[in-house]
Write a protein that binds this ligand. Structure first.
Ligand SMILES: Cc1cc2nc3c(=O)[nH]c(=O)nc-3n(C[C@H](O)[C@H](O)[C@H](O)COP(=O)(O)O)c2cc1C
Length: 358
């Protein structure tokens, strides 16, 4: 399956593993996707520079195929002094998890530029950006000769991303798991929710660069549909959460595999920016208290301790269960290579079947 995307990235299959910050994209998962002919991507946001060097270096040692790095470049949003502090709201959950009353302040986070520079030095060959203007790292990608991918959830942002230097656009439909990839979040938190089926052909019509469809692409039917809409490939997050090499805890995988179509919500409660995840006690507790008090990314920092302790205890009720609306189609027990091979074979069969007039 040769498309403009496989040519631009130097990969065999038009399938991109979404960079997923927070642990799912292990070196083993990233390397396995790239080695199987897709593009494995690390979600670097929140990692220390030493951890980036080690993880990217390890993935590059495991495969000779290109490996990508992803950073979130969203600007901070202001606090809402009228809303209750999430640390107080989460106190009962902290007590249940046996955590200390006053969580210690997190170490200062590395900037997107520092993360990208470290990832490129460690051997990454593609740079990918979400939640904002890719221009802030374009010079680093150019300097390294690395294609620059940017995720957008509206035609307007997609056009701006190309103006800022993006070589490939990931068109993120509203079905997608994780954060909504918008340049801007208005004060009321209402961001565009254009579905993959509506967004992809309109982005394709507006641009000349390769377009990758993201949001509820779970199998070969999804890949074939994306190609039929004019996309040059797909980016999949939720499906790879349950791959054997993923870093997602078992309780998280179980909730993903068993999710119904109506189980996810878009919420600002966890990080201060809108993101789609499976509704659980963390979300309902925070939402019941009102709008996010701290804005992005401070709200994410304030909820991070509970989420980390819950992940360590494998308690899916108190971690952020980011997942897309088609999570229930993820299957289980497959390696990344098996997922890629199955998706490609199924897409080819679907396309052949359609051509025969089935
Ligand atoms: C657990 C999880 C974490 C994510 N983290 C990131 C991230 O760090 N950077 C990013 O650009 N996109 C991130 N995304 C969004 C993906 O890039 C992509 O838009 C989404 O996974 C596509 O929809 P799907 O989950 O239905 O496949 C994340 C998605 C999930 C499910």
């Amino acid at each position: 399956m040769t498309t403009r995307l496989t040519q631009a990235l130097g990969v065999r299959h038009p399938i991109v593993l979404a960079g997923m910050a927070g642990g799912p994209t292990t070196p083993e998962l990233v390397a396995a996707v790239s080695d199987a002919g897709g593009l494995g991507t690390f979600g670097l946001t929140g990692m220390s520079l030493d951890a980036v060097r080690e993880a990217v270096g390890r993935a590059c040692a495991l495969t000779s195929a290109p490996v990508a790095i992803n950073v979130l470049v969203a600007p901070a949003t202001p606090p809402d002094p009228s809303a209750p502090d999430p640390r107080a709201v989460l106190a009962p959950l902290r007590a249940e998890l046996g955590m200390p009353e006053a969580p210690s302040a997190p170490p200062p986070a590395a900037t997107p530029q520092e993360l990208v520079a470290a990832g490129l030095e460690a051997g990454a060959r593609v740079v990918s950006v979400g939640l904002g203007d890719p221009g802030v790292v374009a010079h680093l990608a150019r300097g390294a000769g690395a294609p620059l991918m940017a995720m957008a959830s509206s035609v307007e942002d997609a056009v701006r991303a190309v103006d800022s230097g993006a070589d490939v656009i990931v068109a993120q439909g509203s079905e997608a798991g994780g954060h909504r990839s918008t340049f801007h979040v208005p004060e009321d938190g209402v961001v565009p929710l254009v579905g993959t089926f509506a967004l992809v052909p309109q982005v394709v019509a507006a641009l000349d660069v390769p377009v990758v469809a993201a949001g509820a692409v779970m199998n070969g039917r999804g890949l074939a549909a994306a190609l039929a809409l004019g996309a040059d490939g797909v980016q999949m997050g939720t499906r790879f959460l349950v791959a054997t090499e993923s870093g997602a805890p078992e309780g998280y995988r179980r909730r993903v595999r068993t999710a119904r179509d109506t189980d996810t919500v878009v919420t600002r409660a966890v990080s201060g920016r809108p993101a789609r995840g499976i509704r659980n006690r963390l979300i309902t507790t925070l939402e019941a208290a009102g709008p996010p008090a701290l804005g992005y990314p401070a709200q994410a920092g304030a909820t991070a301790g509970v989420r980390a302790a819950a992940a360590a205890a494998d308690d899916p009720e108190m971690i952020a269960l980011w997942a897309g609306q088609a999570a229930g189609l993820s299957g289980s027990g497959q390696s990344a290579r098996e997922i890629i091979e199955e998706v490609v074979a199924e897409a080819e069969a679907v396309i052949r079947g359609l051509a025969r007039g089935l």
